[in-house]
Design a protein around this ligand. Structure first.
Ligand code: TXA
Ligand code: MG
Length: 346
C-alpha cells in the first residue's frame, strides 16, 4: 500500500471531492454503464502515467478519453467524419467508443504513442458528474489490475486497487458488464475493434457498411488487432478455463464426464452455465451466469463469476458457449480471451 484510498458511496460530496482529486492529477475509480473505470485527467501526461502504474498496464496500450458534451470533442480531435456524426447522434451518451485523429492537445502518454485518440461519452449519471467535476476530459481504462476481469462492482475495484489509487466511488452494480464497443471512424469505412453492447447490426442500421477487425474473427496470433489492448491475454481466471461447444445435451454429458475425471484426481471443478441448463450438472461448483432468453444478464455477471472462481480455489473451469443473438458476439469475445481460445467440441 503506497497511498491511502478513500472508499465511499458516490454521493454529491464524494463527487465534489473526486473532482478536486482529478484536477490535482490524482486517480479516482467510478462506475459507468459498462464497467468501473479508473479516471485521471486525460490532458495531463503525468496523471495518465499514474494510471499505467496503478494497473500495471503496458505503456503502449492507449486510454479512452471520456467526455460529457459533444462540444468537448473539438479540442481533442482534428476532424469528425460524417459517419462519426451519425453514430454519435444514435448512440451517445452510451456504451460506444470512437477512434479519431488526435489533436496536439492530447498527450502521447494518453494515447500510448498513437496519433489517434479513443473517445467515449458515458450515460451513467455518476460517471458524467465525475467527468464534469474533474475538468471534462477524463482518461479511464477499466479499473482492474491489468490482465484481471474488468470490475462490475466497487468491491472488485477494491480487490485490485486498494492502496494504489486516491478514491473509489461506489455506485452499485453496473448495467451492462462488458466494456464499450470500439469503432474506428478514422478510416474510410468504420471498423469494429472491440465488440460490445452496441452490436454490428445496430451500427450498420445507422451507417450502412461496417466491418469487423479481422483479428477478432480468428484466433490466429499472426494477425495484429488494431486496438492494442486486444492483443493482451485478458480477463484470465487463475484456473484453467475451457469452453465446451455443442448441443445442450452433449455439452452437459461431456462436462459431467470431465467433472467426474477431475474429482477422481481430487480436483475442484467449476462450471459456468445458463439458467436454462444449470440443473444438468452434477458434482462440480456450478455458477449460473444468466439466462439465454435475456442475454444482458449473462454479460452482467460473466466477469464477476470469473472473479468468484478465483477465490474458490478451483483448478479447472468448464463453460457453456453463449452464442446468443443479441450480445453473443461480445460475450464470446471476452469468454474466448479468458479461455485463451481453448474450445472442446462436445
Ligand atoms: O466501457 C469501456 O470502454 C470502459 C469504461 C471504463 O469506459 N473502458 C475501457 O478501457 O474498457 P480499457 O482501457 O480497459 O480498454 C480500452 C481499449 C483497449 O483495448 C485499447 O487498446 C483501445 O481501447 N484503444 C484505446 N485507444 C485506442 C486507439 N487510439 N486506437 C485503437 N484502440 C484504442
Ligand atoms: Mg480493460
Amino acid at each position: 500500500m503506497d497511498r491511502e484510498t478513500i472508499f465511499c458511496k458516490a454521493d454529491e460530496e464524494a463527487v465534489r471531492k473526486a473532482g478536486e482529486i482529478l484536477r490535482n492529477g490524482g486517480l479516482v475509480a467510478f462506475p459507468t454503464e459498462t464497467v468501473y473505470g479508473l479516471g485521471a485527467n486525460a490532458l495531463d501526461e503525468k496523471a495518465a502515467a499514474r494510471i499505467y502504474a496503478a494497473k500495471g498496464r503496458p505503456s503502449d496500450n492507449p486510454l479512452i478519453v471520456h467526455i460529457t458534451r459533444r462540444e468537448a470533442l473539438g479540442r481533442i480531435v482534428t476532424e469528425v467524419p460524417e459517419a462519426a456524426e451519425r453514430l454519435m447522434d444514435a448512440f451517445w451518451p452510451g456504451p460506444m467508443t470512437l477512434i479519431f485523429q488526435k489533436s496536439p492537445e492530447v498527450p502521447y502518454g494518453t494515447t500510448g504513442g498513437l496519433d489517434t485518440v479513443a473517445v467515449r461519452m458515458p450515460s451513467h449519471p455518476v460517471a458524467r458528474a465525475v467527468i464534469e467535476a474533474g475538468g471534462g476530459y477524463i482518461a479511464a481504462p477499466s479499473a482492474n489490475t491489468s490482465g484481471r476481469p474488468s470490475p462490475t462492482k466497487a468491491s472488485h475495484v477494491a480487490e485490485d486497487l486498494m492502496g494504489k489509487v486516491d478514491m473509489i466511488l461506489d455506485g452499485g452494480e453496473v448495467e451492462i458488464g462488458l466494456e464499450s464497443t470500439i469503432v474506428d471512424v478514422s478510416v474510410a469505412e468504420p471498423v469494429i475493434l472491440r465488440p460490445g453492447y452496441i452490436s454490428l447490426e445496430m451500427l450498420q442500421g445507422v451507417v450502412g457498411k461496417v466491418s469487423v477487425d479481422q483479428a477478432l474473427l480468428r484466433d490466429d496470433a499472426g494477425i495484429r488487432p488494431k486496438a492494442p489492448g486486444m492483443k493482451y491475454k485478458h480477463y484470465a481466471p487463475k484456473a484453467d478455463l475451457k469452453i465446451v461447444e455443442g448441443s445442450e445435451e452433449a455439452v452437459a454429458a461431456r462436462i459431467n464426464e470431465l467433472i467426474r475425471q477431475g474429482r477422481e484426481k481430487g480436483k475442484r471443478i467449476g462450471v459456468i452455465a445458463a439458467k436454462e441448463s444449470a440443473y444438468r450438472y452434477q458434482g462440480g461448483i456450478v455458477k449460473t451466469v444468466g439466462s439465454r432468453e435475456e442475454d444482458l444478464s449473462i454479460a452482467q455477471h460473466l466477469f464477476g463469476i470469473l472473479r468468484e472462481f478465483d477465490t474458490l480455489g478451483v483448478s479447472e473451469i468448464y463453460s457453456e458457449a453463449f452464442d446468443t443473438p443479441r450480445m453473443g458476439q461480445a460475450i464470446m469475445n471476452r469468454l474466448m480471451k479468458a479461455a485463451g481460445h481453448q474450445v472442446i467440441k462436445a
